[in-house]
Design a protein. Sequence first.
Lengths: 404, 404
Amino acid sequence: MAKLEGKVLVAQGGGPTAVINQSVAGVILESRKFGQVTRVYGALHGVNGIINENMVDLTEATTSSIETVAVTPSSGLLSTRDKPDEAYCKNIFEVCKAHGIRYFFYCGGNDSADTCRIVNQQAMDNSYELRVIHVPKTIDNDLKVTDHCPGYGSAAKFVAQAFAGANLDNRAIPGVYIGVVMGRHAGFLTAAAALGRKYPDDGPHLIYLPERAITKEKFVGDVKHAFEQYGRCVIAVSEGIVDDKGEAIASQFTGGEKDSHGNVQLSGTGALGDLLASWVKETKLTKRVRADTLGYLQRSFLGCVSETDQVEARAVGEKAAHYAIRHDLDGSVAIKRVADYVVSYYLTPLETVARYSTEMPDAFINEAGNGVTEDFLKYARPLAGVLPAWQRFDAPTVEKVMNK
Amino acid sequence: MAKLEGKVLVAQGGGPTAVINQSVAGVILESRKFGQVTRVYGALHGVNGIINENMVDLTEATTSSIETVAVTPSSGLLSTRDKPDEAYCKNIFEVCKAHGIRYFFYCGGNDSADTCRIVNQQAMDNSYELRVIHVPKTIDNDLKVTDHCPGYGSAAKFVAQAFAGANLDNRAIPGVYIGVVMGRHAGFLTAAAALGRKYPDDGPHLIYLPERAITKEKFVGDVKHAFEQYGRCVIAVSEGIVDDKGEAIASQFTGGEKDSHGNVQLSGTGALGDLLASWVKETKLTKRVRADTLGYLQRSFLGCVSETDQVEARAVGEKAAHYAIRHDLDGSVAIKRVADYVVSYYLTPLETVARYSTEMPDAFINEAGNGVTEDFLKYARPLAGVLPAWQRFDAPTVEKVMNK
């Protein structure tokens, strides 16, 4: 088989992650090693940059500067919320053809995988040789097929460190603390709050996931019970929690604003946390009720990266280059867990990842629907990696003299 | 002068910081080196633990375990919001006397300094030798006399890293982003968002501090102007911003809940951010308007510490032990900036720090009242220390083929 000579095009779509630039760096640096690659282009603002020919020539970027972008959070090539339909994808294909692009790498979630699938089909229909690889990323960890998704581990580490700290804060000045975590349909990221626990009475004491409906009655009952037990309560709540009709509780606050994917806005407001805080305040359990919404820091905070995640994000980008350029294949790069903890990479057909997403398996959620299982912790711990050290004072109690 | 033999008592008051345990570790470990110190006690939950004789014997804590607590955020000896009056302080004094405490170290803000002042006075009035040292801490950086306050640098670093990331996120998917930062009357922490800027068009593009009143009209006008210039807008807002009547805008959302210091609750709700977002949405500038409230992560996130702050927090604790035990002095430990960047420590009378707080000097705020000056950046940079590396892609634009 003759080597397919031509240009590489790489782009990033959807919400950023802390390590998405590692994947792009992997694609760029590995692609540049192949003789049949004439140029490496990057589209700005994802597919939107392709159809508008808004591209930069990354062949000219120095390796050292790419390495610094690699450790930078958020999409270095900028991103888009555009969700291409057939006509849009036709434009993508036409631009690829016009520029002599032979290898297209798109780093994103399930919608980006679907774009890859359509563009790949159109190239085939037009007998144009175009290798298309979907490079997975999402903080939600909701992609199908793969064991887990690059971007999740670092976001999970951020959430774990946030709740480890919030728990220490809540222990110092007791009350009820609610932390709202990103995640539309999948609770993986919210569940990661449990990785911040160490001592038996550490919070989060309650964890609410989109996979289990909650009612005000159940929530308030759980909080009362935990407060009786611990004299305080730390709660992790997904922004995507639903009521018993399956409606996202947060959607009532955001005026039904929808993105181009038809998803109602959930993030970027503190209203859900404030509603839950008002439920707790009604109980008069404590005067001190606080709600934080962790917000965009979860995916773009500078300086909180899981080492595992960083390495794997780079690897899926490098593997993508190899699959397309060396092996002449299309598909989505997936991760298999082969030992505790070792992974291998493989290619799965685009249609197996496109469009649909996954949720937390039942085995990861406790029976009461307000916490996670040991199975989940075992799954998530190596992904978030090692947290910074923390400890309580260990000293004997002083005998009372006055208030005996 | 005979050496004053007796016990040491150390406690922590008010909101935690990321490095408050460094100060306590400094007091404990340095105190234990003096022969006249018979025991080192720690009161749990601050002054509340003293009057209830809820104390632990830190003489028994291993040095290595204390070192791990030192790097743990939030108050390892737990904290309190109690603000002692004369009668309360009388109880503190009586417990100190009953236990043979001769050295009392209280780590906190201006209210804790006031507690130190009153207890010190009562000991003198009762002819009981009791050295009292206030060890400064606050993320707000609003203590009088000292150049800056331990705890601020690490919180400033967190805020800078949060806004550096939020800016990268906002650049990838443009819109208006509002981040609400802690700080009741002093804007130092909100101003630290500016340390997250690198490129000329980086956000935060607007910074609102409690020292300058804002109106809806001015705010909206500023945002429109910035959006026209950058095609996006990142805004840092203090939770303590006031309207033109001097009222905290956030106070309308928190039901007027007051702590025992008479302060209205400002934190722990997303309502201020949501109000400001609604103002921006009315302009129809962009559909994408998001508000995050950084919340308790600012003071207790696990794993974000300024190296400078860590060293200085330890030093003020160690210095406190020396002033009291070696030099037989009372007072509040203060920091002087002697070079760029070198500090020295000194003792200032308790009454110079007690009760009153400071605000940002005019020289740190720009004329328009929506940003900070180069003077502020020069002041704050060494305190927050070095941020993690980040960078944009540097590559030439690809020439258009289709849309020429």
